[in-house]
Design a binder for this molecule. Structure first.
Ligand SMILES: C[S@@+](CC[C@H](N)C(=O)[O-])C[C@H]1O[C@@H](n2cnc3c(N)ncnc32)[C@H](O)[C@@H]1O
Length: 230
């Protein structure tokens, strides 16, 4: 991975460097099963290579309900800690070192390649505050595509569509498009982050209405927390 132009284009990008040089935590959701998919292996290798390149020694967590025992052993060898319960991506960033400043905020990388939109909604809900959002760095499906090109969220889910509520307030940069396979491993994925100065400029009302999304029970791509406890 580290020899690919695709990788160099990411790590040499001037927007990425300051963000990826100050990482408090890495959380991976929805990578899939490494034992059964080359695409999942390649996706995982990107985060491992980024960790190595930026000398990130922060904790790394991972969860996907389809992971097998062999997958669990493999990621443990790579330094990941398994998340043991299904959070449906409702996880708050690591709040390291008190209030975040523009330059010195320790970000949490949430790596979620091709997850369901509702998992991104849940993640944003869990971090719906000025101090938490500015520490979120989300690698996953393009939020701009959701908001500009794709179908709107389900009618019943509109109050919980935090990918919609956040529109206009995040920075987004597409992954490079030169990954050398035709497996659609990284196509149309994006980096998303929030700048402290922009979030500070928002009216205080922006943060007020933030109902918790209900457990996801009607999405064929999501294993709900309730189904796993049965
Ligand atoms: C569309 S697949 C993407 C898999 C892989 N990243 C890829 O690109 O082929 C969505 C993934 O989300 C995982 N998933 C479903 N429910 C989840 C949950 N509650 N938390 C984390 N991952 C979940 C699925 O098991 C599946 O591996």
């Amino acid at each position: 991975m580290s020899t690919l132009q695709f990788f160099k284009d990411i790590v040499e990008d001037e927007a990425m460097k300051p963000l990826l040089s100050n990482v408090a935590e890495i959380v991976c959701y929805g990578i899939g099963s490494l034992a059964s998919s080359k695409k999942c292996q390649e996706q995982l290798s990107l985060i491992v290579a980024l960790r190595h390149h930026f000398k990130i020694d922060s904790p790394m967590y991972i969860f996907d309900p389809v992971m097998s025992e062999n997958d669990v052993k493999l990621v443990a060898q790579l330094g990941f800690t398994m998340i043991t319960n299904n959070e449906e991506a409702k996880r708050k960033v690591a709040m390291k070192d008190g209030p975040a400043s523009e330059a010195g905020r320790g970000i949490t990388i949430f790596y979620m390649p091709f997850c369901s939109r509702k998992l991104y909604d849940n993640l944003l809900w869990a971090n719906w505050s000025l101090d938490a959002l500015q520490r979120c760095f989300i690698m996953g499906n393009s939020f701009n595509r959701y908001n500009e090109f794709h179908l709107p969220p389900q009618e019943s889910y509109r109050p919980y569509s935090y990918t919609s509520k956040a529109y206009g307030h995040y920075q987004e940069q597409m992954f490079p498009t030169n990954y050398p396979t035709n497996l659609y491993t990284f196509h149309e994925l994006s980096f998303h982050w929030f700048t402290p100065s922009h979030l500070q400029s928002l009216d205080s009302n922006y943060w007020l209405s933030c109902p918790e999304p209900p457990s996801i029970t009607d999405d064929p791509e999501v294993v709900s927390a309730s189904s796993q406890t049965q």
